[in-house]
Design a protein. Structure first.
Length: 138
């Protein structure tokens, strides 16, 4: 036979879920341009971040850059719903670094990678234009 239900068990009020917290303001232009929110349940070494107005392009590139860090055990991203312009990134690290530090390093590494691609593209374009100009004159 089931145990009796006490009246105090029925009268418990529901507890509100933790609200997402925004990252502290910094002088970092990346954090100033985009709104990045730390989702509830974050610890020093495991956290989920939500980015406004980002999609698969940023998500996959950022995941790639973060996973290059040997202190990162896991990094993945998801788009919660195709109609909602938000992207969530989950980062789990070992005890040598924090999830926030891994995110910052991932941004810096991705910017460095973009700089290299831009430099190589510009050099190749300039070389092509120089060679094309020489052929036109001959």
């Amino acid at each position: 036979m089931p145990e009796s239900v006490h009246s105090q068990d029925l009268d418990q009020s529901m507890v509100d879920a933790e609200q997402p917290t925004e990252l502290p303001q910094s002088n970092d232009p990346i954090l100033e341009e985009r709104q990045i929110v730390v989702l509830p349940g974050a610890t020093e070494t495991a956290a989920s971040f939500q980015f406004e107005g980002e999609g698969h392009t940023m998500g996959n590139a950022l995941r790639y850059a973060i996973m290059k860090n040997p202190a990162v055990e896991f990094c993945g991203y998801t788009i919660p719903h195709p109609s909602d312009p938000k992207m969530n990134v989950r980062i789990q690290t070992n005890d040598t670094t924090t999830a926030l530090e891994a995110l910052e390093k991932g941004f810096n590494d991705l910017m460095d990678l973009c700089d290299v691609v831009t430099e190589k593209f510009t050099a190749s374009r300039d070389q092509f234009n120089a060679e094309s100009g020489n052929r036109m004159e001959a």
